[in-house]
Design a protein. Structure first.
Length: 401
């Protein structure tokens, strides 16, 4: 089944990560719809988490997020600086470090790019925070590569400078090593590029492992208010679907449900200010309430609400959306994903080969050139992209501190 041609251009073209868990140095090209797959332990979750860490930079939470992962030391690449000798058959062993301890992440796109470099602090006497990571360097640049001539705003330590023609002028000083310049110096007059990047990242949307157990918020009636964006925990499922009914693509949402469940339709059941989802199926005298739905059915409805949002983001990332779904629902999920890709850039992280094939089939000829498949594999503990070589790796420059 074909879908309409994409209506918006690809916003983010490249994501790069260096020094994060198994991602020793990975540069990934993105399309309108990017499907990331690979066996268990290949680095899919690490790539997903690195995107979330990038998003945390815009809200000033990246240091706290790393701390919850066990700190920078736990999140760093655990292998040697170089695996060249090991790939020639030599034993894997420690090598002399050629640079500072560093976790680097960044992205680039059609307008701006962003790069952040995190490292360890200089130890201070009588401080309990000597293991907290610090932001050492940040860049905002134009285009897809952070070359010297394309850098627009740069941070080194606590100081931020912005380009003024051929010269650099001070923008801010004294920044906390725990706070990104995206949060601290997004000045619409002096640094509009920083503000643009911050707002772009803040608009990214992530959905990872909706709860569908007996106590899940989506199974209980909730106070309903207009909800254009489904929350990450799915607690406002009924309100989000009601919002689509009123201001979104109501017929498209019902089509996604009907195709998946043999003519069933989703409803929103109200009792005063409280609402919950219900599903009316052919032959049933009443709709099944949220608490009666199977785990797979409820998860699919959550994905329907997320992907039929009346306010599509620039980027949406789904992590293993096929979890707990019956194999018969995979083609419907693939159609749901490809339809959503007409309005938003999508990254789907999955270990399901069936879903990858179904997405490619659902894209048909109209979306084929916009679907980018990325297959990850482990080599000596390092995540690599299958089939990617020097000539096919997207251009990326990390630079130096």
């Amino acid at each position: 089944m074909s879908v309409p041609l994409p209506r918006v251009a690809c916003v983010i073209t490249t994501v790069a990560v260096s020094g994060y868990r198994s991602l020793r140095d990975v540069v990934v090209g993105l399309g309108r719809l990017t499907v990331v797959t690979g066996p268990n332990g290949s680095g899919k979750s690490s790539l997903y988490r690195s995107l979330r860490l990038l998003a945390d930079c815009a809200s000033g939470q990246v240091i706290g997020s790393l701390a919850r992962e066990g700190g920078l030391q736990s999140a760093l690449w655990a292998g040697p600086d170089s695996l060249t000798a090991a790939r020639r058959g030599a034993p894997v062993e420690g090598t002399r470090r050629t640079g500072p301890i560093s976790l680097q992440m960044g992205f680039s796109g059609t307008d701006f790019g962003y790069l952040i470099d995190l490292g360890m602090p200089v130890p201070q006497d009588r401080s309990a925070f000597n293991r907290d990571p610090q932001i050492k360097r940040e860049l905002v640049f134009s285009g897809e590569v952070a070359r010297p001539g394309s850098v627009l705003v740069r941070r080194k330590g606590p100081a931020v400078m912005t380009r003024d023609g051929a010269a650099w002028v001070d923008l801010a000083d004294g920044l906390s090593p725990a706070m990104s310049m995206l949060r601290e110096v997004a000045d619409p007059r002096r640094a509009p590029e920083v503000l643009a990047v911050r707002e772009q990242i803040r608009g990214w949307r992530f959905y990872d492992g909706f709860r569908v157990d007996a106590g899940a918020p989506a199974r209980r009636p909730q106070v309903g208010t207009r909800t254009e964006v489904l929350s990450g925990d799915g607690s406002d499922l009924a309100a989000a679907i009601q919002t689509v009914f009123e201001v979104g693509d109501a017929s498209g949402l019902q089509q996604s449900v009907t195709e998946a469940f043999d003519g069933a339709e989703v409803e929103v059941l109200w009792e005063g200010p409280l609402c919950e989802v219900g599903m009316r199926q052919p032959g049933m005298l009443r709709p099944l309430r949220a608490g009666e739905l199977s785990d797979g059915t409820l998860r699919y409805l959550l994905l329907v609400a997320a992907l039929h949002t009346p306010r599509p983001p620039q980027l949406m990332v789904l992590n293993e959306p096929e979890t707990s779904l019956h194999p018969d629902l995979v083609p419907a999920l693939a159609r749901l994903v490809t339809r959503a890709a007409a309005d938003t850039q999508l990254v789907v992280v999955t270990h399901s080969a069936a879903l990858v094939t179904a997405i490619e089939d659902a894209g048909g000829t109209t979306l084929a050139d916009e679907i980018h498949s990325v297959t990850l594999a482990k080599d000596l503990g390092e995540t690599r992209i299958e089939g990617q070589g020097m000539l096919t790796t997207p251009s990326w420059v990390w630079g130096k501190r």
